[in-house]
Design a protein around this ligand. Structure first.
Ligand code: PEP
Length: 247
């Protein structure tokens, strides 16, 4: 990892957790001084305001691309900001699959998030069938390129990208450090066609069955700046060990 990119580990609780998990995470993470990295916890939005985060930051798992109004069940960027969120995961594969989120909708959400002053963690990644067909770079290249229909390279500079191969999410099957590095370098290459500084400066996290025992090997790759963690982000000890592997 280059000196100028600050390591980051973000936990995605998905539809898990309760008040007591909020409390144990708040206590455990506030007890640590993560001063050379960014640590983010992304609980379900209903729990955002229950955190009293001092040494870490909180983020949401999704957001509407629309402004406040007649959109039943949706949550706006302004609402997330009021609850203390700083980051928003956008385009997670579970949103793309379960809620038919397209590349265009993801790009619109990214635009809305950036405009609001929040920071998007933009997820990309291929399904197993795409990898087996040898088309992962074509697929991921399209996911990344689609962002530029709604935002400029300059606007993307503070954003974070997460490469999450769908076949590795929640499966216990991790991409090898070499496989992950290859895609991270490719994502920088796609970005460099728009802006070399963007490609060099943006943080790209790896996600997909990251655990305390494989985090270091993944995070030590030159183009991997940390991780987006699902299952292991629900346990304070495991999550802290993964954070420590990123420094
Ligand atoms: C995720 O859903 O973002 C994820 C990476 O999950 P897991 O770590 O459980 O594979």
């Amino acid at each position: 990892m280059t000196e100028k990119r600050t390591p980051m580990v973000a936990g995605n609780w998905k539809m898990n957790g309760d008040r007591s998990l909020v409390e144990s995470f708040t206590n455990a993470l506030n007890d640590k001084a993560f001063d050379r990295m960014d640590v983010i916890v992304c609980p379900p939005s209903v729990y955002l305001s229950m955190f009293n985060a001092e040494h870490f930051q909180i983020g949401a798992q999704d957001v509407s691309h629309l402004d406040n109004g007649a959109h039943t069940g949706d949550i706006s960027t302004e609402m997330l900001k009021e609850l203390g969120a700083r980051y928003v995961i956008v385009g997670h594969s579970e949103r793309r699959e379960d809620h038919n989120e397209t590349n265009l909708l993801v790009a619109k959400k990214v635009a809305r998030v950036i405009e609001s002053g929040l920071i998007p963690i933009i997820c990309v990644g291929e399904a197993l069938s795409v990898r087996e067909a040898g088309e992962e770079k074509l697929f991921i290249g399209e996911q990344v390129a689609a962002l530029f229909s709604e935002v400029t390279a300059d606007q993307l500079k503070q954003s974070v990208i997460a490469y999450e191969p769908v076949w590795a999410i929640g499966t216990g099957k991790t991409a090898s450090p070499e496989q992950a590095q290859d895609i991270h370098r490719f994502i920088r290459h796609v970005l460099s066609e728009h802006d070399a500084d963007l490609a060099d400066g943006i943080r790209i996290l790896y996600g997909g069955s990251v655990k305390a025992n494989n985090a270091q090997a993944l995070f030590s790759q030159p183009d991997i700046d940390g991780g987006l963690i699902g299952g292991a982000s629900l346990n304070t000890k495991d999550f802290i060990a993964i954070c420590q592997a990123a420094i």
